[in-house]
Design a protein around this ligand. Structure first.
Ligand SMILES: *Cc1c(COP(=O)(O)O)cnc(C)c1O
Length: 340
């Protein structure tokens, strides 16, 4: 039995999900004729209180389309310095949108109006035109820290008062909602575009959805085509996403509970220097020298346990649908026995 804690993207479809995928009614979605994709898009839009939704192959694509439709070349996007859109999308903002970024530290990646306000450029032509505030919820680089809707509404009001658009990278939005108990349907009004991933904690094999305002939908579909994201009988995979939204949202609290239990064990290990607070399903910790990620991961691998090197000193573990209590206990037993 291999235990894979590298990411919540490693899950395989459950029997129920596979069944739903095989039964899916499909058509050519580039012609707008796939009823399952339509259904997924409509469900997502309704769920998040947004006008429209567009199904895409990946969260990188939904983020990149979101920024593209909200900016002009030479604009500037304000985001957290470790934001996925900046740090983990291959420089796509520069290539796809030709925008610059203003990077903020945030409180564990969470921006505030106080921090954003002085960074909005004036109309002086020396400066790039600030056009978007992009938030991430949960913040992956900060071990899944999350915003409450109240914090978001304050940022959104400020952004609107300065004619700035709002983008949300909500790859793990449902993990945040699991903790805050805010309602998903209240999210839409604070953003122009929202990206959600179906292939992370929700356990679908493929796919992300970009939610947007009505007036952006045509442009979003155009850019998706340009980026090569127009898919044909995509209903087969969209059905996995629909199934995930119906069956795998409520269970995210189990992932959070297991992550916390794992975090408690890790915090007490002699070769661990520090650990970030475990707020959702992501655990990030720093090893104490001379233990390196390579050394640590090598020893874990000997017990068929996988985790991710996250920097030269840090390790990341992520809990998910395919990580159960037996695996948790096994991992805890192994970790406690490790010596260096
Ligand atoms: C995974 C992830 C994405 C999108 O990733 P894809 O692998 O392209 O689907 C976007 N933002 C965050 C915060 C993520 O963790």
């Amino acid at each position: 039995m291999t235990i894979d804690l590298r990411s919540d993207t490693v899950t395989k479809p459950t029997a129920g999900m596979l069944e739903a995928m095989m039964q899916a009614e499909v058509g050519d979605d580039v012609f707008g004729e796939d009823p399952t994709v339509r259904k997924l898009e409509e469900s997502c839009a309704k769920m998040l209180g947004m006008d429209a939704a567009v199904y895409c192959p990946s969260g990188t694509m939904t983020n990149q389309i979101g920024i593209k439709v909200l900016t002009q070349p030479y604009d500037e996007v304000i985001c957290y310095k470790g934001a996925h859109i900046y740090k983990y999308e291959g420089g796509g903002l520069a290539g796809n949108s030709q925008v610059s970024v203003r990077l903020l530290a945030g409180d564990r990646g969470r921006l505030s109006t106080e921090e954003i306000e002085p960074q909005v450029n004036s109309a002086d032509p020396h400066y790039p035109r600030t056009s978007v505030v992009a938030l991430e919820n949960t913040v992956v680089r900060e071990a899944g820290s999350y915003y409450t809707l109240d914090q978001i509404s304050k940022i959104s009001s400020f952004a609107r008062s300065r004619q700035l658009s709002m983008h949300l990278d909500g790859a793990r939005l449902f993990n945040a909602l699991t903790e805050t108990k805010d309602r998903a349907v209240d999210y839409g009004k604070y953003f122009d575009t929202i990206s959600i991933c179906l292939s992370k904690g929700l356990g679908a094999p493929v796919g992300s959805v970009l939610l947007c305002k009505k007036e952006l939908e045509t442009q979003v579909r155009r850019v998706r085509k340009v980026f090569g994201g127009g898919m044909r009988q995509a209903g087969y995979i969209a059905a996995g996403g629909l199934y995930a939204l119906h069956h795998h949202v409520d269970r995210l609290k189990e992932d959070h509970l297991r992550a916390r239990q794992l975090g408690q064990t890790i915090a007490a290990l002699p070769f661990v220097k520090s650990i970030m607070p475990v707020d959702t399903n992501i655990i990030i910790f720093e090893l104490a020298a001379p233990v390196t990620p390579e050394l640590f991961l090598g020893k874990l691998a000997a017990h068929q346990i996988k985790a991710l090197p996250f920097s030269r000193t840090e390790i990341r573990m992520v809990t998910h649908l395919d990580f159960n209590d037996d695996m948790l206990n096994q991992t805890i037993t192994v970790l406690k026995k490790l010596t260096f």
